[in-house]
Design a protein around this ligand. Sequence first.
Ligand code: FRU
Length: 482
Amino acid sequence: MTRDEQLRQAAYAEMDEHKEIVERDPYRLRYHLMPPVGLLNDPNGFIQSRGVYHLYYQWMPFKTGHGAKFWGHYSSTDLVDWTHEEIALTPSEWYEKNGCYSGSAIEHDGNIHVFYTGNVKDEEGNRETYQCLAVSEDGVTFDKKGPVVHLPVGFTAHFRDPKVWKQDGTYYMVVGAQTTDLKGAVAIFRSENLADWTYSGILAGGGRGKLADFGYMFECPDLFPLDGEDVLIFSPQGLEAEGMKYRNVYQAGYVKGSFDPESTAFEHGDFEELDRGFDFYAPQTTLDDKGRRILYGWMSVPDQNEQNHPTIEYKWLHTMTLPRELKVVGDKVWQIPVGELTALRAEGVVEHRVTLMRENKELEGVRGKTVELQLDDIRIENGWLDLTISDGARLLYHQSDKVFTFERKSYVDGTVEKRQCTLNELKSMQIFIDTSSIEIFINGGEETFTSRFYPSPNLDRISFSASKKAEFRLKKWSLKRG
Ligand code: FRU
């Protein structure tokens, strides 16, 4: 048996052995993408090819921790119903023996080409990194071509997560990096044929420009045009918290500007976080055949109490976010849940016109663990409006302070912890709850809060309160899969 076959069999055996316990978990989500067993992290190789969306993912099948990652694989024609496919990549070769790390996909000559990082560590923990290519006719079975990019001078071996695209007939690759003087950076390469790559310099960071002093490592870069501008998404590590900003252990966000494909120069503005919640990292986008730039993120953050999640005793850990369409509105990149998600709604919307006067209310038919809530025409006369989800989470908008707060009961010690952002006006909220996850889209996508939370499994209450007078229109749907 080859090493690849051994690893596949071992992973499938792990899936079979723990299938029942994983499915028994009351915190198992109902309409999100999760690992069948073990740990899931970054979205990888997100692409639509011949009408099928492929979303690969970082997967550790053997434990709820990090290690020598596989590429798991989901496919879908509608971004709602997904099929769990065969394992795409196992860490079977010398150049990837400690993990087929994150990467991206591009279609070329009708085949899917994936570029990913081969992670190698020796006994002393010294790291090597190779950017590798694998090719597939059907998106399911891959033919590994081995390393195509070696580490350029000036960087440490923290050099990974290639994202590849084609522009004006040339291929480009951005790679997340750390310079030898320990600055976070994005490196850029070019190629005429996807096999031979030339290093073209530092695209952003690396001790220069607006990101000169901005952490010690950038992970998972993704550069793409959006609404007439160029957006670089990446996940910096090593930022200090600054007021309401950068509260998580690591961040995920973007800079916006203008990329010159000739010189590979990139003029850009300041960094903005993409999400304000507790659990959002390593997002990746693709352009689909409707011309939409769609993003998936990993609903967690590395090294942030990962081993305390209650799902670990059920042998699985972490999930993807819902798919979101990106748009530039004014100065910001907005995230809007894709329209296809309305297919999750079960028959029978519950509607209310709500007026709260210094009171706390539950509303007829508004409860549940897998629900979508839409609040429109929100009007708050002074004071605050709050929405409480059983004993797990609370959303609060303070009209006079202009601050939006998300609070949850910590899964580490049960205390209340919060994330916040300033918001000039709260007009609407679209909220997706899925047993132990919540995604809040404010004002149609201007701000988002993405978090795991763990309410008592027997509770499904949702209540609303206002300190003075607040009014809104509410719609509630129960959500189901398929
Ligand atoms: C981001 C990340 C990537 C790496 C992968 C390993 O979460 O650390 O930089 O490729 O995860 O699983």
